[in-house]
Ligand binder design. Structure first.
Ligand SMILES: Nc1ncnc2c1ncn2[C@@H]1O[C@H](COP(=O)(O)OP(=O)(O)O)[C@@H](O)[C@H]1O
Ligand SMILES: [Mg+2]
Length: 388
């Protein structure tokens, strides 16, 4: 890390460049938190598209100050450099952890930023699986894709759901990357009919119980370990290709006109013995068209991919409407069941990097295309204001 002189002073007469700040939190050892590769890629894409882009931490974000201390990346020296940057027009929230975003000082600053007229903040907060469920079930347009879900507060919820469905997913409402996920299956025979499977780092542990009471006790113990409320969700029998379950990850972003668009859809194939499809848990990336074709045949498979994209768009619009905040992107986990029906599992407002190169490049550019749209709208708005 080195210090550089104040980097940017607009040349006289030159039109001012739009300024985008990538927002994160401080880190004692590494200056700031978050995926550095992602931030560096954003900075270089921003530069290419005519933006001034830098990383700023919540603590360093002084409202209404003319410049802010931040960080930029110099690819040639492969170095992060400290500097002072112009006050941003657009703030892209990439605070990486829910725990950080929950800190009172961080929450307060985010509230202040969301309320400032001179800047536009997008992707204000993480989603919560229970809230998403309520939002999407409440709308007729999206209801059909949402598995039935209950808050797992009492044994009666578990027994009620198991009377309706012989396969359930139990998930922490604020989980990620499969941590704390369990499944329950009711077997049709045998004395120990309840089979509980708990996701581990790799693979899973399996237990069998004779009674709901002992099953409940175990579920409680495991969920307490996560320190998070849980939901119980109708389990979807995922489609398979070559005997492996798979699901889809859609990246949905706003474009240069401010409209939602599907940037790309990837697929994840479950690892051996894993109950989820996450890559860190032994899953792997595949081409969705290939898997869907293998599962459902050529023309039907491709048609389903198109339908999944359309569903993702409608879901994103509804999520944004219900969230009552400005969103620029989200990733979405979608399942296709054995009969070809589409299901929504969750959406994430801090999407992980997509490893598919064609999705990756487009996804970086879209952030700035959308930001340019915001910038222009903002300028129009403030000059209308000034005329009044
Ligand atoms: N109701 C469900 N039925 C079938 N599979 C599911 C269900 N819910 C989740 N999964 C599987 O588990 C994965 C992780 O679940 P998700 O809700 O995305 O939690 P996380 O936040 O841990 O990623 C999904 O991508 C999907 O493969
Ligand atoms: Mg997920």
């Amino acid at each position: 890390m080195s210090d550089s002189p104040p980097a940017y002073s607009a040349a006289a007469g030159a039109p001012r460049k739009p300024v985008l700040a990538i927002l994160t939190v401080d880190d004692e050892q590494r200056n700031f938190r978050g995926n550095r590769q992602n931030f560096a890629d954003l900075i270089s894409t921003g530069e290419r598209l005519g933006f001034i882009t830098y990383v700023v931490t919540v603590k360093n974000f002084r409202l209404k100050s003319a410049t802010l201390p931040g960080y930029t990346y110099h690819p040639r020296e492969k170095a992060w450099v400290r500097g002072r940057f112009p006050y941003p027009d657009i703030v892209y929230n990439r605070i990486p952890q829910r725990e950080d975003e929950r800190q009172p000082s961080v929450k307060k600053k985010l509230d202040q930023l969301a309320g400032r007229p001179e800047l536009l903040l997008f992707n204000r907060r993480f989603f919560n699986k229970w809230t998403l469920y309520k939002w999407l079930r409440a709308s007729r347009a999206t209801r059909k894709w949402i598995p039935e879900t209950r808050r797992l507060t009492r044994p009666a919820v578990l027994s009620g759901m198991l009377r309706k469905y012989s396969f359930l997913f139990l998930k922490p409402v604020r989980g990620k990357a499969g941590v704390g996920i369990m499944t329950v299956r009711v077997l049709s025979e045998g004395r120990r009919r309840y089979r509980l499977q708990i996701q581990e780092d790799q693979g899973s542990r399996t237990f069998r119980y004779r009674s709901l009471k002992t099953l409940w006790r175990r579920v409680c113990r495991e969920s307490r370990l996560q320190g998070e409320p849980y939901i119980a969700q109708q389990g979807i029998p995922l489609a398979t290709a070559g005997n492996r379950r798979f699901d889809l990850r859609a990246l949905v972003q706003k474009n240069g006109e401010g409209r939602w668009e599907v940037t790309g859809i990837g697929a994840r194939v479950a690892g051996e013995g894993s109950i989820t499809t996450h890559v860190p848990r032994g899953g792997h990336i595949e081409e969705p068209g290939k898997l869907l074709t293998a599962a459902f045949g050529g023309s039907r498979g491709l048609q389903m991919l198109g339908q999944a994209g359309e569903a993702a768009l409608k879901l994103a619009r509804q999520i944004e409407r219900s969230s009552r905040s400005l969103l620029g992107e989200m990733s979405m986990d979608l399942g296709i069941d054995e009969t070809g029906r589409i299901w929504f599992f969750e959406a994430n407002s801090k999407p992980m990097k997509f490893d598919e190169p064609h999705i990756r490049k487009k996804s970086l550019e879209r952030i700035f295309q959308y930001s340019l749209h915001l910038y222009r709208t903002k300028k129009k708005k403030s000059s209308a204001h000034a005329r009044r």
